[in-house]
Design a protein around this ligand. Sequence first.
Ligand SMILES: Nc1ncnc2c1ncn2[C@@H]1O[C@H](COP(=O)(O)OP(=O)(O)OP(=O)(O)O)[C@@H](O)[C@H]1O
Length: 653
Amino acid sequence: MVIDCNRANDTTVHFPCLITDHRPLPVHLAFRGISVGAGGRKILHDIDGLVRPGQILAVMGPSGCGKTTLLNCLSGRLKLDSGQIFCNRDPLCKRWKRKICYVLQQDIFFPDLTLRQTLEYTARLRLPDTMSHTQKMQYVDHIIDVLELQHCQDTIIGDYLKRGLSGGEKKRANIACELLTNPSLMLLDEPTSGLDSHAAYSLMQTLKKYAVNEGKTVVITLHQPSSQIFHLCDKLLLLCNGQTAYSGDVCKVVDFFGSIGIHIMPHYNPADFILEQVKSSAEVRQKIIHAAREQRKSSDYPPELRCHNCAYMSDKFNDHSNKLLPNGTFPAIEQEALNSMEPDVRRLWLDTHSHASSSASSETSESDCHFSWPTSFWTQLTVLSQRNFQEARPRMLSKLNWVQTIGLGIMAGLLWFQLERREECLHDIQGWMFFSTTYWMLFAHFGALSSFPPEREVINKERRSGSYRLSAYYIAKMLGELPLTITLPAIYHFISYPMLGFHSPLVFLTLLAFLLLNTVVAQSVGFFIGACCMDMQASITVSALYTLATQLFGGYLATNIPVWLTWMRYLSMVHYAYQNMQIIEFSEGLPILCAQQSKFSICNESDHIPVTAILEAQGAHLPLWANTLVLIMFLVIFRTLGYLVLRYFKNPK
Ligand SMILES: Nc1ncnc2c1ncn2[C@@H]1O[C@H](COP(=O)(O)OP(=O)(O)OP(=O)(O)O)[C@@H](O)[C@H]1O
């Protein structure tokens, strides 16, 4: 049920009409003793932090100090060497991970979709099937409203080649996509970088209002905030070489530095001041880190982060705590721990566990422990097919591609215009077939190869956030792009083949079918190589080698292949399509008349050359059905291999 969500007043940020059942729990986030290493060195060392619903925790520090690494840990994407992360005193588990959104530093989108289309597809994929389409669209409207994106909702996202949204609008779009899932905890990696001071402040203000009004918990990394932005944050975690330089209230940081003899000059931006200190001499840095360590022993250090509270935060406790007793109370050990909590934390903890317990008896209990997809396979397949079609259309059917196809169709038609059915013209008829199959093989292969790297970025981002199944994406990609893949070769065939010489509609359509099958197979191989090679240069080299070998062994350029190399012919996809086109073309219509000085021995007994003699001259023996079967096997094998590579070898962590 959608409840009416009128603005309380003009200044209130109003968040999506919430279905009461889906209103997420506020999150009290605490992390303690986080240590992480990579590449043989420690990146984060014993990091603590705490942030409550409605608050913003700013993570600051010089470049390379470990801010992004910390967010990766908090989102659950990076395994900790040691330390603990708690949401409402629950260890971070799958149930909580689904309530977290992570806005990456890079704005990764499909550049040809408009902002509105991007948000609509995200909503259709990530909001549960229990919501109607209208409700999902209402969510989108509200998000656009909240993030003040109305004026650019129909602008394409754009990239460095096509102008689209501005940098600030892209950042907001990035955040909007994540907010659509109505998360409890938001992690944002440098959302203000690259924005001018006004855009950065305005974005931070929106986030602040959102956090306060909706009770969201926000963790944000900042590089060099203005003092206005700095004071919008409630908590600060200052990092220095992966160690804590300060963890506490923003308003107390200047006093903290003052207490160790580092005083801020009047009218100085405190954010600039503290960053300068953690970037200064090793001696000063050590002094600050030491003071931050001492700060942990002080009485006003949050009790949640102190070690003597370890008992009630232990995994053991939390294992038991998921079970509310039948009489509605908790076991004695937990009751004792509950009494030691601050009132607001206790309330959140009780909410969390009563929610977990009540849902334990319902259908949703499974999804609390195990990951479940927000939408069904069918929904994912239909939405992704539509999105793939819409996203790929401007790229695959661009004006330039149309011009190229029509121009080439006319050129091929004129070059091989109305060829006679004589042995002297045989090589030219075969030339048209071979050219057509190899050209469309290259077009589809390199098209798939070049489109995959940018698309992979978006897919990886969406897979990391658990938006859909890989299988749904994979099938949708094939289905969504199929009409686009076959359009241009079909247009080429419609133009060039009748100019060459038209026998019957059946021959025309069968030749077209093999041309298209060959194109789709080539696209599969391109997709497979694109999925395997992360390096574009390497994938181009592998593709060039394969497609050139395919042409050389296709049966047209070289017919006297050394015996020990004949097996290569069977790896050439063009070979099969080319053979089939010959079988069809030379079996129907007028026969090919022998030349006076014929190279075919059969011409001693007959005045025309049968199709079998033409194929034998090339050393080809497979019948039509066998060539077709091999082409289909190529298609199935490369599509399956592409899926397996993405599923098991290029699985984003
Ligand atoms: N997988 C890895 N292997 C080795 N070193 C790594 C790895 N990941 C990160 N690092 C190193 O860890 C340090 C912290 O990286 P991180 O990206 O967290 O820094 P950051 O504070 O977010 O930097 P910036 O502000 O420039 O984005 C860097 O020195 C980086 O080179």
